[in-house]
Design a binder for this molecule. Structure first.
Ligand SMILES: Nc1ncnc2c1ncn2[C@@H]1O[C@H](COP(=O)(O)OP(=O)(O)OP(=O)(O)O)[C@@H](O)[C@H]1O
Ligand SMILES: [Mg+2]
Length: 232
């Protein structure tokens, strides 16, 4: 049997605010197999984004361990985690997180450049990605000059450009109309398959969740595997 690509054990994250302590993740265990796409469901505030931040090493747990490709992220210092994230992880943030001082094209090319691709090659690849989703005319726009849905599509392209082994997608089609969302989802799936990427996909959409290989639900700090009964 294949080693899991993502292996999470005992993952616990608490937020302390004044006298209140909220346990958002309570000793969560799960694995993702290489190349599989798993949907993560859960109500607003259940801790989905918190979990993605821990899987990417942006945030550290109060207890437990996150292994990605055999590497224990909790054993790395911040610099090492940043390097690891750049190379191996593509993160589609819920709030997009595009750099406002870079154009759409430069945002998409940035990780390729940081990962040692030449600048010209990185920009060429970024342009191809924009063309593939019909956004070539927005290449020179800065994020504030883009609509929310355009920013979201740029954020998807940015996360895919360096063909990361792990893609963390936080509601990647949440700001798109049904038709544009379906087109982007299809594009995302094709890229993920071509790169054999392992994917954790947060979504509130049942139609998006149905495209995944497996479903996980986060509720009251616990993660459970769901069947295919998607009534909600
Ligand atoms: N930095 C923080 N400090 C304190 N509390 C936080 C912090 N970040 C998140 N929380 C709390 O943790 C809980 C989980 O937040 P999280 O953003 O992970 O939820 P979510 O499942 O992604 O929700 P949504 O579907 O609305 O995006 C929420 O109750 C939130 O208020
Ligand atoms: Mg969230």
């Amino acid at each position: 049997m294949n080693e899991p690509f993502v292996d999470v054990t005992g993952l616990t994250r608490r937020y302390v605010q004044g006298a209140a302590c909220q346990t958002v993740l309570d000793a969560v265990d799960f694995t993702l197999a290489p190349g599989e796409t798993v949907a993560l469901l859960g109500r607003s505030g259940s801790g989905k984004s918190t979990l993605l931040n821990l899987l990417s090493g942006i945030d550290l747990p109060d207890a437990g361990r996150v292994r990605v490709a055999g590497q224990d992220l909790t054993a790395l210092d911040e610099r090492q985690r940043t390097r690891f994230r750049r190379r191996h992880i593509g993160f589609i943030y819920q709030g997009f997180n595009l750099l406002p001082t870079l154009t759409a094209l430069e945002n998409i090319a940035l990780l390729l450049e940081l990962n040692d691709a030449g600048s010209a090659a990185a920009l060429r690849e970024a342009r191809l990605l924009l063309e593939a989703v019909g956004l070539a005319d927005k290449a020179g726009h800065y994020p504030p000059q883009l609509s929310g849905g355009e920013q979201q599509r740029i954020a998807i392209l940015r996360a895919l450009a360096h063909r990361p082994a792990l893609v963390l997608a936080d509601e990647p089609t949440g700001n798109l109309d049904a038709r544009t969302g379906a087109v982007m989802l299809q594009f995302l799936r094709e890229r993920l398959q071509a790169a054999h990427s392992t994917t954790l996909l947060v979504t509130h959409s049942l139609s998006v969740a149905r495209t995944a290989d497996r479903l996980l639900t986060l509720e009251d700090g616990k993660l459970t595997e769901r069947g295919s009964d998607l009534a909600w």
